[in-house]
Ligand binder design. Structure first.
Ligand SMILES: Cc1cc2nc3c(=O)[nH]c(=O)nc-3n(C[C@H](O)[C@H](O)[C@H](O)COP(=O)(O)OP(=O)(O)OC[C@H]3O[C@@H](n4cnc5c(N)ncnc54)[C@H](O)[C@@H]3O)c2cc1C
Length: 514
């Protein structure tokens, strides 16, 4: 088998015959002696003539391609249960792996099913009514459902990326995610995929329980059996030997529960800042050097700058996307970005955030392990304190960096609206000072980025968990708590859809092996 690269013009999808010809040349055989050919990666190259570069695998007769097939799900009706708390990427993919291993997943989800959730998300945008159990972070599919749906983790260190991507394709995602350098699903497709995952789990004998919020976790041992009782808000109790905790980074009650029980927790660095929103046409012009043409994907960017010992970087960039209120409770303003599969809004947004480490938050030390959590929450509340609603305090970018109030604001995709605000005063000063330096420096990398046509909005604060639930690296359980498996973004071991899904798979495999 051999891998080779070939380029084709933007509008030209290579045919099987063209690929076989190229494969024959690469293998040194006639095209008829090529037994298999497959594209494994596709990336846009706009440095010279605009082309798609394809990485292709080819096999000659007598050889075979490196194929991956999704392992089979087993019927688990009579199998031993494993409770999975949370149905985000970590919980869903943990549950799917449990099916493969012959365990019966019982999924408990505080929010609603994905269809009911859609209505709550719409009400959040239009009426600013926050349901603390059903919003952009909570509900079926977790924070990944109404998101940008970027699947950018290319690292296989945490597990087999193909297990995640191939299943997403089997549940309805475009097969292009298997090869695209920057795979993306989009919020118009994600709810359908999430629903199919649930159907697969229940059809094989697993269970899903919505509006079932875990409020307590109690270990039990009756001589014969050892395990966990999961107690839910309405009084329901579920029991199993193994519990996978996949509750995400916004479920602060879970951290508080651990704190009350004096179970292991660590403060963990995270990042906080603003969302920057530019016209997409401007980003296209900068990134494609004025060569943007129909058929090309809206341009992305990724920026990083070290300022005074801390990284300032772009986070979760959404080309052709919109800004959404990703709050989980009243009295806070938090922003994130999402897009549909076409990525066709006129805006490009990204979090521009500054790393905050434990020890960086004077005045919050008294909260111990929760110091960064309290710091994060204080900034979200300060934003709400200024606007008195979900409207986002906002400024023009250059004004923000120059400590200057803006005269009028450009239009924004953020549906709850913006309010002209001295954002430079609302952000903690060590974060603000670094952001202003970084924004100016970004203009050296992307000429034209630093412009008053762009808007900065507060705040982007839920970049990752500010707390970690430490795991025993061998058992994957909470240190000292056998049978309790924290995973995903909430445990502090993952960030993003794919890495959370891979972490869910990792703990499901560990639980099944015991
Ligand atoms: C608007 C937005 C856009 C995003 N865009 C992208 C993107 O494009 N690409 C990307 O990689 N990442 C993106 N992310 C981040 C990504 O969604 C998360 O990293 C990922 O969803 C984390 O997965 P998880 O399963 O660990 O946790 P979550 O997805 O947060 O899921 C946790 C689940 O647990 C449930 N839960 C919480 N507490 C309880 C409880 N006590 N009892 C029962 N259930 C509970 C929640 O309701 C939720 O469904 C985005 C996030 C948001 C908010």
């Amino acid at each position: 088998m051999k891998e080779f690269e070939i380029a084709f013009p933007l509008q030209h999808d290579p045919s099987e015959a063209e690929l076989r010809q190229a494969a024959g040349r690469a293998l040194g055989v006639k095209p008829e002696r090529v037994s298999g050919v497959r594209i494994v990666r596709r990336s846009l190259d706009a440095r010279g003539d605009i082309v798609y570069r394809y990485r292709v695998q080819a096999a000659a007769q007598g050889e075979s391609l490196d194929e991956y097939t999704v392992p089979q799900y087993r019927d688990v009706r009579d199998a031993e249960p494993v409770i999975v708390v949370g149905s985000g990427p970590a919980g869903m993919f943990a549950a799917l792996r449990l099916l493969m291993e012959g365990r019966r997943p019982i999924v408990l989800e505080r929010g609603k099913d994905v269809h009911a959730r859609k209505a709550d998300v719409a009400a959040l945008n239009r009426q600013q009514s926050v349901d603390p159990d059903s919003n952009y972070c909570f509900g079926e599919g977790g924070a990944g459902t109404f998101s940008d749906g970027k699947l950018y983790t290319r690292s296989n260190k945490r597990g087999d990326l193909r297990e995640v991507l191939s299943q997403l394709v089997a549940f309805g995602a475009s097969a292009s995610i298997l090869v695209d350098a920057h795979p993306h699903i989009g919020s118009d497709n994600l709810p359908r995929i999430v629903e199919r995952i649930r159907n697969c789990i229940t059809e094989h004998g697993g269970e899903y329980h919505f509006s079932e919020k875990m409020t307590d976790l109690v270990p039990f041992s009756d001589g014969m059996h050892k395990g966990w009782k999961v107690i839910c808000e309405g009084g329901a109790v579920y029991e199993a030997r193994w519990v996978i905790l996949a509750t995400g980074h916004s479920s602060h009650e879970v951290y508080r529960l651990f704190g009350e029980k004096r179970w292991p927790l660590e403060a963990k660095g995270f990042a906080l800042g603003v969302r920057a929103e530019h016209p997409q046409t401007l980003i296209n012009r900068i990134q494609y050097h004025g060569k943007f043409q129909p058929g090309m994907p809206p341009a992305e960017y990724s920026l990083v700058e070290q300022v005074d010992g801390r990284g300032v970087f772009s986070f979760c960039m959404c080309p052709g996307g919109i800004l959404v209120p990703s709050v989980t409770g009243p009295g806070e303003v938090v922003l994130n970005g999402m897009s549909n599969s076409m990525r066709n809004s006129p805006w490009a947004n990204a979090g521009i955030v500054c790393a905050v480490n434990p020890g960086d938050v004077p005045g919050f030390e008294r909260y111990g392990v929760f110091s960064l959590l309290e710091f994060q929450s204080s900034v979200e509340k300060a934003m709400y304190g200024f606007s008195g609603s979900l409207r986002a305090p906002a400024q023009r970018l250059v004004d923000f960096c120059r400590n200057k109030d803006s005269q009028g604001l450009p239009r924004s995709s953020y549906q709850p609206g913006t309010v002209n605000a001295p954002l430079y005063e609302l952000l903690p000063s060590p974060v603000y000072e670094r952001l202003r330096v970084a924004f100016a420096a970004f203009d050296r990398k992307m000429r034209g980025y630093y412009t008053n046509d762009a808007l900065v909005l507060g705040t982007e604060s839920r970049t990752s968990s500010p707390v970690r639930i430490p795991r025993d690296p061998e058992t994957m359980c909470v240190c000292g708590l056998e049978g309790l498996y924290p995973c995903g973004e909430g445990a502090g071991y993952a960030g993003g859809i794919v890495s959370s899904a891979m972490d869910g798979i990792l703990v499901a495999a560990a639980a099944s092996a015991r």
